[in-house]
Each structure stands twice: as C-alpha cells, then as structure tokens.
Design a protein around this ligand. Structure first.
Ligand SMILES: [Fe+2]
Ligand SMILES: [Fe+2]
Length: 411
C-alpha cells in the first residue's frame, strides 16, 4: 500500500520496509510493530512518511474522530466556507483542510473578530469613488511622504551580507549600534530555540557561533519588524498582519530546507517582506485599504481581486516598487511581485517556497493578511517543489513550534 504520514500512524501498525533517517541510518526495521514512542523518534529525525503493511487502524482512527466530536458539523461548515475557492481534492490542500478542520474542532470560539475592521463610523464611504484617497501606483511610491520607513540598519546589513569579503566583526559592529536589535539578538541566541548551555553575552560571539550569514539575516528580519511597528491603523489589526508575515518567513525557511532550496535565511527575509506592498498601501490610504478588506469579507473576494477592482494596482506591484526603490536584492522585489503567481518569477523555486508558505499560514490561520478565504494553491508551485503531501503536517507542526519561540523573543 501507499506511504502514510507519520501523523496518521497508530501503534500496532507494521513497518513494510526499513525506515532510515536522512543519513541512511536505520531507525526501524522492516516488520517492526509501531509503538507510541516510535512516533516521537520518527518526527525527531525528520521522517514524515512511512510504508506500512495495512491501513486498517488509520481508517478506524479517522472514523472515531469524526463520530466522537460533537463540534464536527459547525467546524466543517466554517472550514468548508474558508476553503470554498480552493481545490480540496489536491493532495496538499486536502492535508491543509484536515489540519484546519481539527483546529476548528478544538477551538469553539472563532477569532475572526480580531481581523474584521470596525467600519461603523464610515458606513457612507463610497469605495468605487475616485475622489477619496485615490492615487496611482507611481504616486504611491514616488511621494516619499508617508512611505513606510525602511530602517537604516536594513540597507547596512544588506550591504555587508552581499559582500563576500565581510566577516563576523562587520556584522557585529552594525548590530551593536542598534540597541533594540542588540537586545533582541542576545535574547534570540540565548533562547531555548538554540539551546546553548552557556550564556552568550556579546554580539560578536553570537555572530561567530551562529554564523555571519545566519545572524545577519535574522537581524535583517528583526529590522523588518520595525517597519510594521511604525505603521498604525485604527481599522486593521497590524499585529495580526505582522504575525502573518513572520509566519510566512518561518514557514518559508522550513519548506526551503525540505525542498533543498539553498539560502534559507534569504528566503526567510523574502517571506517576511512578501506583503510589504500591503503596508505601503495601508500607510498611504488607510481608510480605503480598510474598506477594501471590508469588500473582501462581504463579497468573498481575495485581497488581490479587490485591490485590482478598487485601486487598479495590487500590493504585489506596490511591494516590488518599494523593494526596488530601497535597492533591496532582486530576489526580494521579485518575490514581492510574484508570490501569488510564482510561475512568472525569475526565482521560481524560491518564489514557490514563499507561495506555499503563504497558503499554509493562511490555511492554518497564523495571524492575518486580511484574507477571509484560504488562498488557492498554485499548481506550478506544487510541481516545482516536488514535496510529498505527507510533508504538510510536519511543516505545520514545526511552524507552530518555531512561531511560538519567535514570538517570545520578538514581542
Ligand atoms: Fe501574505
Ligand atoms: Fe500577498
């Protein structure tokens, strides 16, 4: 029979072939009977699917779950409506659907109210009117007034990281000049995430231990958070938007590792800033942005569709222009532009990683980027990544763990 996901294994199943870790070490022999502690070991060694001799126990388990939970009907209704524009027969989407369903069954309270903006004071605002908060894409980017401010440290870090001759001292010098970044970096390297037994108390040592590239990119990610902190909105929940971006950054890094896509740290930052265009638009035309989101929620649109309809341009175009204006590396501008259509990207693999990350983060509701419905998975992206659908539950689990740790040191 076919491989099944480790998340769906139950004790008593029999292993069909030897199970090996990535280095070829045998973890479980052919014919072994799965015991509960094996499940933890398999996950720990990054095994996400195995061949077993029969799936009887899996069928039983799914049947039991559906029958015993009285929340099932209302959870299914909620999740079906969120996935109404997704192809749930696709193996990857089907995994996301199952995860979303079990999450919805666990939580009886919906957190949607945190996302929907409060429009009560602006009922009479005409969305289609060009007279209110109208601007072109060029105006949006060219008028520096009210453009989100990219911290100085971002370009300095970028410069050093792009220079192959830069060393740990160069990075440390930059981080040390920024108090909040310095504090966040030390908090990060001393967090349980890295698990060092000895306290690391200076930036230079942090850079040496974690590596110039890795720490530089993490510092870059932290400096991106500052852009969010500086944008305010009385209509939209910026914290949720920020969590969405961080979630996509982290998830991109996890997928990049699995898909053997090099330069994880760069992909992490690309994931964090993929929706930067939304912040640019929000800061310039806050009321209209909020009302666009209102349309998204009332008419079951995707944000992209509502932007095209009411602005004539999208956050993808705005994001690309913003990255180019601030001379960010080409890959950031490209991913900001193409993350909903990775087939158009000059960096198709990296862009597909960020696209899948965004679909996952959106489906499992980590933060919010204003979307009501789960974003459709791009078929091209799934093909190019060539992942097994059984990797999805593993990615989601890892994402949830890393997200929790990151929120600890960033908040
Ligand atoms: Fe997004
Ligand atoms: Fe987007």
């Amino acid at each position: 029979m076919a491989k099944i996901a480790v998340a769906e294994l139950v004790p008593g199943m029999i292993v069909k072939y030897d199970i090996e870790d990535r280095n070829g070490r045998v973890l479980l022999n052919q014919g072994a009977v799965i015991e509960s502690h094996h499940l933890r070991i398999l996950k720990m060694w990054g095994v996400y699917e195995v061949d077993i001799t029969s799936n009887e126990a899996v069928t039983l388990k799914q049947g039991e779950n559906a029958g015993e939970n009285s929340n099932y009907d209302s959870a299914a209704e909620q999740v079906n409506s969120r996935f109404s524009r997704s192809n749930t027969s696709h193996p990857c989407v089907s995994q996301l659907y199952k995860i979303a369903l079990s999450k919805a069954m666990e939580s009886s309270l919906s957190n949607l109210n945190d996302i929907i903006p409060d429009f009560s004071q602006h009922e009479d605002y005409d969305l289609s009117s060009g007279s209110n908060e109208f601007l072109t894409l060029e105006d949006l980017i060219n008028e520096d007034d009210k453009l989100p401010v990219l911290p100085d440290i971002f370009s300095k870090l970028m410069e050093v990281l792009e220079n192959p001759r830069s060393n740990a001292l160069d990075i440390a010098k930059i981080i040390e000049k920024d108090q909040s970044l310095c504090a966040a970096t030390l908090k990060l390297v001393n967090s349980s995430f890295y698990g060092f037994s000895k306290k690391i108390d200076n930036i230079y040592n942090s850079v040496v231990i974690l590596g110039t590239k890795q720490l530089g990119m993490l510092a870059l990610g932290l400096s991106v958070v500052k852009i969010f902190n500086e944008v305010e909105s009385q209509y939209l929940n910026i914290k949720k938007m920020w969590q969405h971006s961080l979630g996509v950054g982290i998830c991109s890094k996890i997928i990049a590792r699995m898909a053997d896509c090099q330069d994880y740290n760069k992909i992490f930052v690309a994931g964090m800033i993929h929706d930067i265009g939304k912040l640019v638009i929000l800061k310039k035309i806050p009321l209209k942005t909020a009302l666009i989101i209102k349309e998204v929620w009332e008419k079951d649109l995707f944000v992209l569709e509502a932007e095209e309809k009411y602005l004539g341009f999208t956050h993808c175009q705005a994001g690309e222009k913003f990255c180019t204006k601030f001379k960010m590396p080409d890959i950031f501008a490209d991913i900001a532009r193409n993350h909903h259509n990775p087939q158009n990207s000059q960096f198709p693999l990296q862009c597909s990683v960020v696209h899948l990350a965004e679909v996952i983060v959106n489906a499992v509701e980590i933060g919010s980027s204003g979307e009501k419905l789960v974003l459709p998975l791009n078929e091209y992206c799934w093909e190019i990544l060539s992942l097994s659908s059984n990797a999805i539950p593993v990615i989601v689990k890892q994402l949830q763990v890393e997200m929790q740790t990151s929120l600890e040191f960033l908040s």
